[in-house]
Design a protein around this ligand. Structure first.
Ligand code: CDP
Ligand code: MG
Length: 159
């Protein structure tokens, strides 16, 4: 039941100074940050991370967006971490993402605006979609030695 998942704070989150605000939300629910680093992706790495989307019409804009500045990669651990983090992140389209979610609280971009211009929807954050993706993405982003094992106070009350 205790899972790990990958989160990326995308270049818009870093450039808007929202790293702390977003990381705070995961800490607040008692999730454990077990890996963290800042990385400036190149196109090759973007194609590995978004392999499932390379053929899609929005990929070019997505790659431009994701390689336009550094991202912060987080390995997050918690009960049902994959599902819980996705819930906290909210809908892919910020226009549709509910208030209370990260995308809903800090962004309002719409497909109607971005698709017409061939640009990516700026939605601040990536989170693994399911347990299998999480495993693959964590292996792509973090070496075994970069994932830490330690105890938090939450483990007394949450885990
Ligand atoms: O990130 P999420 O899993 O919610 O969505 P996705 O369907 O896996 O798409 C990956 C990313 O591609 C999104 O987070 C958007 O940044 C981008 N995207 C886009 O720019 N325009 C679209 N029409 C669809 C996705
Ligand atoms: Mg996805």
């Amino acid at each position: 039941m205790i899972e790990q998942t990958l989160v990326l704070l995308k270049p818009d989150a870093v450039q808007r100074g929202l790293m702390g605000e977003i990381i705070k939300r995961f800490e607040q629910v008692g999730m454990k940050i077990v890996g963290i680093k800042m990385v400036w992706m190149d196109k090759e790495f973007s194609k590995k991370h978004y392999a499932a989307h390379i053929q899609k019409p929005f990929y070019k804009g997505l790659e431009e967006f994701m390689t336009a500045g550094p991202v912060v990669a987080l390995a997050i651990e918690g009960l049902h971490a994959v599902e819980t983090v996705r819930k906290m992140v909210g809908d892919t389209e910020p226009k549709k993402a509910l208030p209370g979610t990260i995308r809903g609280d800090y962004a309002h971009h719409s497909y109607a605006y971005t698709d017409k211009r061939g640009i990516a929807i700026k939605n601040l954050i990536h989170a693994s979609g399911n347990a299998e993706d999480a495993k693959q993405e964590l292996a792509l982003w973090f070496g075994k030695k970069e994932l830490q094992t330690y105890k938090t106070v939450h483990e007394m009350h949450v885990f």
